[in-house]
Every structure is written in structure tokens, then in C-alpha cells.
Design a protein around this ligand. Structure first.
Ligand SMILES: C[S@@+](CC[C@H](N)C(=O)[O-])C[C@H]1O[C@@H](n2cnc3c(N)ncnc32)[C@H](O)[C@@H]1O
Length: 237
């Protein structure tokens, strides 16, 4: 991407704002977000967009990415556990961003940055092969057949994700929707990932359950956990 490139128009079907924010959450957004955002370079409407300088953000730490972090419980816990890793979370729902900011104040994690928007705008400014691990946890299910093309596991999202992931990097996907498992198993390998064999019902050893998973369990839906590895060797992309 060059600064002159205009990003394509993108439809976003999710929510950006929900019920009103508490005064404390307004304060987190006002006082903390700018310092924790990778910068205006990620904004699709910024004519000065340029590739992110990951070394300036995280030094030589590897980068892990969480797509759609919701309330941020998984992201902040991973960042606390892995201080030697740099994390970026993307989430367009500003109420979720405010919840994460509150958790970061408590945790004091310094290895975490937030892109408060559509992850596709972040992909535009991430260097090729720069992500060592990615998490896609309970992506929006879009249950109606005519909406399946809005799901994250479609080429529009998976192709740029594949570009930014390093060969051998792990992609973790959790979902409670059996038809989402079907589409994931069809689409993710097509985008250049190999399934890591494993028990579909066994969470990862370091799993931190998310708000959405708790809701799914209360509503008696079954979590599924899938792992993939980005194919290719270093240099081949
Ligand atoms: C069902 S929620 C799950 C949230 C969280 N991962 C959890 O498990 O509790 C899906 C989240 O993905 C976010 N999302 C949807 N499309 C996105 C996109 N293009 N980029 C980043 N996040 C996105 C939504 O805003 C929403 O918060």
C-alpha cells in the first residue's frame, strides 16, 4: 500500500455504538484511546495512511492480533500473560473498546494497542507476514443463508488476513455455530491455511472464555475450537 492508494469502500454490517457509555467509559475513551491506538495511519479516511511501524510500537516482540475483541477479556488476559508479545486488537464497537480500556487501566499492560475500527482497515497498513498469531473468537454468526457472505470467513477478510500472517503463524477460531464451522473448514484452507488436527470441542490450553462464549453456554450452545497454520515458507508469503 502506498499513501496515494485509496482504500476500497467497505460495507460494515455490525454495530459501532450501543447503549450510552458510562461517564467513566467516556473518560477512558477521551484520555487513553489516542495513546493506545496504533495511530491515525490506520484510519481509512486519512490521506497520509502508511504501513505501521511495528518496531516503533513493539520493538522486536512478535505481533499477535485479535479480531473483534468484544469486551476485551481474552485480549487483556493474553497480553498480561505474554509480556514478551505485542498485541493489537481491532473492534469497531466503541462500547467494547471502552470496556477494554477499563481493563487495561486495571491490568497496566503496556504491550497492547487498539484499532477502534474495522480490522480490514488495519490489514491495509500491516506489513506482509507480520502477524505471528491471530484470534477470531466468536465472529458474528450471520445465521440467515443470504447473510453468510457477510461472515468473516469469506475471501474478502481471509485473503488480507493471510497476507499479513507469517508462514507457520497460528490462526485460532472459536464459534458456537455448527454452520460457521462448516464454512470455516471450507473457506480458511482455500485462503492458504492448513487445519491443525485436534479435538473440535477441546479449548486451547491457555484459553480464556469470552463474554460471548459465556452467553452461548447459558443458551446451551456448544463451543467449537479450530486451529490453522498459515502455509508457505519464509519469503514465499
Ligand atoms: C459476536 S461478537 C464476539 C466478541 C468477542 N470476541 C467475544 O467472544 O465475546 C463479534 C465481534 O466482532 C466484531 N466485528 C465484526 N466485524 C468486524 C470487523 N470487520 N473488524 C473487527 N471486528 C469486527 C463485532 O463488533 C463484535 O464485537
Amino acid at each position: 500500500m502506498t499513501a496515494a492508494d485509496t482504500p476500497p469502500h467497505r460495507n460494515f454490517y455490525g454495530r459501532r455504538k450501543g447503549k450510552h457509555l458510562r461517564p467513566s467509559q467516556e473518560a477512558y475513551l477521551r484520555e487513553d484511546l489516542a495513546a493506545l491506538s496504533p495511530g491515525a495511519v490506520t484510519r481509512a479516511d486519512n490521506p497520509d495512511r502508511r504501513p505501521l511501524d511495528l518496531a516503533a510500537l513493539f520493538g522486536d516482540r512478535p505481533l499477535w492480533l485479535e479480531v473483534g475483541f468484544g469486551g476485551g477479556e481474552h485480549l487483556v488476559a493474553q497480553a498480561e500473560r505474554h509480556r514478551d508479545v505485542g498485541f493489537i486488537g481491532a473492534e469497531p464497537y466503541i462500547n467494547g473498546v471502552a470496556m477494554l480500556l477499563g481493563k487495561i487501566r486495571q491490568a497496566g499492560a503496556d504491550n497492547l494497542r487498539i484499532h477502534p475500527g474495522d480490522v480490514r482497515d488495519l490489514f491495509d497498513v500491516l506489513p506482509d507476514s507480520s502477524v505471528a498469531r491471530a484470534f477470531l473468537l466468536y465472529p458474528d454468526p450471520w445465521p440467515k443463508a443470504r447473510h453468510h457472505r457477510r461472515r468473516f470467513v469469506t475471501p474478502e477478510h481471509l485473503e488480507p488476513l493471510a497476507r499479513v500472517m507469517a508462514p507457520g503463524a497460528e490462526l485460532r477460531i472459536a464459534t458456537d455455530i455448527p454452520d460457521y464451522v462448516r464454512q470455516t473448514l471450507e473457506e480458511v484452507p482455500r485462503a492458504g491455511f492448513a487445519r491443525v488436527p485436534g479435538d473440535l470441542y477441546a479449548p486451547w490450553g491457555d484459553w480464556i472464555s469470552t463474554r460471548y462464549e459465556q452467553k452461548a453456554l447459558r443458551e446451551r450452545r456448544t463451543p467449537h475450537y479450530l486451529s490453522f497454520r498459515r502455509q508457505g515458507s519464509a519469503g514465499s508469503g
